[in-house]
Design a binder for this molecule. Structure first.
Ligand SMILES: [Ca+2]
Length: 275
């Protein structure tokens, strides 16, 4: 009797241990999973901003591309019949040089790579390469996607097409050499627009928002957000303005500039960390 009782007790104990072990493993992985998701979401900081300088800007310029090189802005403007490439003076907003694009083409992003300017177009599946100083057209090239924003990291071009994908292009052949899907903790980040490469990150305007995504070029992960709500005041909206679009980085002096489509002002800002 005692032997049977001992056997039953031993099996009960083993069964109880097995149940406890399974419960422990389940609870551990359940909590670990929700914790990592929570931490991933909570760890993406949202930066605010401080305005350092305000400069006048041509409010008729439907800004689709913005770059700052050698003390000047290089701008690409859009809309049918109003698209152009411009060299613009920082302090005054004066247009120092302009190249108008054919009326049937909608101009998009621009970037300056060495002594060349590369300009995208929206749906024409063509891009332009100009000599930086003279704006002489050096070549045209084919685009596989719509053209929205463009920037570079010194080694490759980076292009957006309004989706959640950043495409990398070879700087000579202008052919695709890779791509990354851009995402945050909620999934793909769509409508990536004007781009700027800043200190190892790709900054991207998100179309129809006041937000800029800071993207890792290696993983496509959004590592931070910039919230520019309120940058353009009500006094600047007496005439029609469109969305925030246009980021330029002065890498020599560490200045970050932003503007928008049909905005009468261009801002130098500093980012303010959330903590
Ligand atoms: Ca830019």
């Amino acid at each position: 009797m005692n032997r049977i009782f001992s056997t039953i007790r031993l099996s009960d104990i083993l069964f109880a241990c097995a149940v406890m072990f399974c419960l422990t493993v389940h609870i551990k992985y359940t909590f670990a999973s929700s914790k990592s998701v929570s931490q991933a979401g909570g760890m993406i900081p949202t930066y605010s901003y401080k305005v350092v300088n305000v400069y006048p800007h041509d409010r008729h310029a439907f800004i689709q591309g913005l770059a700052f090189v050698g003390g000047f802005f290089y701008e690409g403007t859009g809309l049918m019949g109003r698209s152009s490439l411009r060299r613009v003076e920082l302090e005054t907003g004066n247009v120092l040089k302009i190249h108008k694009i054919a009326d049937h083409i909608f101009g998009e992003g621009v970037t300056v790579f060495n002594n060349k300017i590369i300009q995208l177009t929206w749906k024409s599946k063509v891009g332009f390469v100009y000599e930086k100083h003279s704006f002489k057209l050096l070549r045209e090239f084919n685009c596989q996607t719509e053209g929205w924003g463009i920037t570079h990291d010194g080694k490759r071009l980076m292009i957006s097409d309004g989706s959640a994908t950043i495409y990398f292009l070879d700087t000579e052949s202008l052919k695709e050499i890779g791509r990354i899907p851009v995402h945050d903790e909620n999934g793909p980040v769509e409508r990536l627009n004007e781009l700027e490469y800043v200190n190892g990150k790709i900054y991207a305007n998100v179309w129809k928002t006041d937000r800029i995504a800071m993207i890792s070029p290696d993983s496509g992960r959004v590592t931070g957000w910039i919230d520019l709500t309120g940058l353009l005041g009500p006094e600047d909206k007496s005439k029609p303005v469109n969305v925030l679009n246009g980021i330029a980085y002065d890498s020599e002096n560490g200045r970050l500039f932003v503007t928008g489509k049909l905005w009468p002002k261009l801002f130098e800002i500093k980012l303010v960390a959330p903590y």
